[in-house]
Design a protein around this ligand. Sequence first.
Ligand code: NAP
Length: 482
Amino acid sequence: MSVPVFNNYIRGEWVSAGATFENRNPANTDEVVGLFAKGSAADMTDAVAAATEAFPAWAAMNAPARGAILYKAADILDRTFDSIAAEMTREEGKTLPEAKGEVRRAINIFRYFAAEGSRMPGVVVPSERDRVHMFAIRKPVGVVGLVTPWNFPIAIPAWKLAPALICGNTVVLKPASAAPLSAWRLVEALHQAGLPKGVLNFVAGSGGELGNALIQAKGLKAVSFTGSCEIGNWLHAEASKRRLRIQLEMGGKNPTIVLADADFNSAVENVVNAAFFSTGQKCTATSRAIVEDGIYDRFVEALVERTKKLKVGDGMQPGIDIGPAVDQGQLDTVLKYIEIGRKEAGEPRVGGNRLTANGLDKGYFVEPTIFADVTESMTIAQEEIFGPVLAVMRAKDFDDAMRIANNTPFGLSASIQTTSLSRTFDYIYKMEAGLLTVNLPSAGVEYQLPFGGTKDSSFGPKEQGPAALEFYSDYKTIYLKY
Ligand code: NAP
């Protein structure tokens, strides 16, 4: 079977870059999902120029008309829902039900922000002066660069693209090299929906080369980035030199606190779900379970028993709970941290190995792994692993659990399992994280509320929900005497 080639998209044209790079299925590396145009620095500069040319007309179009294009793109995505989800499983590895959930979310995000075009809330307040009308309206920022990771390959591009476009910005999107196809499908849908030429440009290729060209490009006004702290911090330093607006969503080391008064069985389910589903490759995944002393031993035992029942394999197969790591690099990182964990905390209570038997040798499969009796200073309690590895830690009581939970430079998401209302509110006010859940997994957010972390996890205005407009628009304030 011939391998499809996916070109870049600049000025409304699909353009090849000469060179290509492979997108392989992490569950079966014999399968090439597609070949992608490997954009160069010159392509990136040209894409920013195209977005700069397209900006005045797009910014001048009324926002409901921009929304109509987003609605149309959402309908196109809806019609191709099943094939886009299957492609996502093949390029990223997450299970088909998870991929379907993510595509549904991207469609919902498009519709949510399409409707925002008919609101575009400004501010109207009474003046202290007679016969003066004062108000503030939203204006787009200009050309926005979007740099996205592989772990939510359609939802993250969607939750950046939709608010950027509805506010009247033009965009250059650089997808993750490990999973560019899902983002490409969004671009295709917007193209088919009649988005004017140059309003959205897509350049795939090496992050280092393209990221550098993007941040230097004349005309660029803002960058929204989701990915690792290392790259985000570098982008921030470079963007600051040019006073670019920047938004960063980065790593986490998310805790789930389990108190002795919790609904025990549901707490077990929630921790296993948050730690291992999507192969632990969610930025909001739980990587530390902090369990109150009174139930600690029983809880570890129950976690281990539940984890043993999880089925690891090709996410296209029914009944599979956990797919592969996304690529060799991610697999190596996970296996490296498992070895560190072995040295620090002893043999894992479950898992700890790469899986190759029963046809899994062609993929990057690893067992869901639990280390118990992990203490705060251990590397596996401090560093983001981004894989199916859970560190279980013992807390004397609620206050001790909160102290351990906050003892990290990260602050993305957190969860508590408890039936105490009082403890819940203490946690809500004292937990240092941008996203909190109670009696739910730490992962699994919706698009209607602000999303993002605190401390080293994030920088800049929040994404999603009504808050998303803050980054992608500016206020223009008007005082009018009549
Ligand atoms: P990454 O290596 O930082 O890559 C993210 C994106 O940046 C990719 O498109 C990558 O391109 C690009 N990139 C690489 N070098 C660059 C450079 N010098 N300048 C500009 N862009 C560059 O992160 P990842 O491995 O894809 O994603 C995993 C990380 O994302 C984890 O740390 C996870 O916690 C974080 N994450 C955070 C959130 C959140 O909302 N806080 C959500 C999801 C993921 P290439 O793919 O071509 O290298």
